[in-house]
Design a protein around this ligand. Structure first.
Ligand SMILES: O=C(O)CCC(=O)C(=O)O
Ligand SMILES: [Fe+2]
Length: 264
């Protein structure tokens, strides 16, 4: 994790024109510089690098060790996700490979899973109108989220108004439920709203790494026919939009959410 934080720091220090070579492509792969937020009216002061299965280039030429740090992370996150998907399937009274089989192409074409490196530079004096990351739910099955000791990550209790801090434990990873898992479980596992707030004291800059786990794009995302999924009828804070005709698949859902996030 630390190697990835360091490699991304070095990338963020490169001149604009070099970083521009790696800008996010139509497959959602690549670099996104700090800019306006879709979640709030504020400007989000964060650098992002997305690694997806659609293909793209890593800045290994300018930052040696970038690729090996990313390769190691993707291998470990994929392995951890497979364990969690197996445990979840058992908890949902399905066969152990039920969810794994819907995630068989992670970080390959046909699946929108993404490894995201994030760097929020130090802010100096408090700056009104500047957020770190506005409140939102993630789009996929779940997200594995690691953060350094700068802090600022908060979650909203499901069906509640209160925000709670996610403390930093070295090596800890937050498992953050997303829209699709909420839908599969009929909101028994609601999507977790989260945000990153600006620290009260000027910090040193924040590093985090998110691994967004998505099902294969052709996977249907209708509620599952299980006891646990039937039990809950409460509305959830982040809900999927119904499709007017036909079965809603992971592909339809992610395309709509990406349009909302990146449309200018
Ligand atoms: O930086 C973080 O910890 C949160 C990032 C996040 O929630 C996101 O990119 O979806
Ligand atoms: Fe998020």
């Amino acid at each position: 994790m630390k190697a990835a934080y360091r490699a991304f720091d070095a990338f963020c220090e490169l001149p604009d024109e070099i970083r521009a070579k790696y800008e996010r492509n139509e497959g959602n792969y690549g670099y996104v510089k700090p800019g306006p937020s879709k979640y709030t009216d504020e400007k989000e002061a964060r650098h992002v690098f997305n690694v997806t299965g659609s293909g793209g280039i890593l800045p290994d030429e300018e930052v040696s060790g970038f690729k090996s740090a990313v390769d190691e992370l993707t291998r470990d996150f994929k392995q951890l996700s497979a364990m969690l998907l197996t445990a979840l399937a058992v908890g949902l009274e399905q066969s152990p490979d039920f969810l794994l089989s819907k995630h068989s192409h992670m970080l390959r074409p046909g699946n929108e899973s993404t490894l995201r490196l994030l760097y929020y530079p130090p802010l100096g004096a408090p700056a009104p109108g500047l957020a770190r990351c506005g409140a939102h739910c993630d789009y996929g099955t779940f997200t594995l989220l690691a953060q350094d000791c700068e802090g600022g990550l908060e979650i909203q209790t499901p069906y509640g108004e209160r925000w709670g801090r996610v403390g930093h434990l070295p090596g800890a990873i937050l498992v953050n439920t997303g829209d699709i898992l909420a839908n599969w479980t009929n909101n028994q596992l609601p999507a977790l709203r989260h945000r990153v707030v600006v620290p009260e004291h000027c910090g040193r800059g924040r590093h985090s790494i998110a691994f967004f786990v998505h099902p294969d794009t052709n996977a249907p995302i209708e509620p599952l026919d299980t006891k646990i999924a039937k039990a809950n009828q409460e509305p959830a804070p982040c809900r999927l939009q119904k499709k007017k005709r036909g079965v809603l698949t992971a592909y339809h859902h992610i395309q709509r959410r990406l349009r909302e996030t990146y449309a200018s």
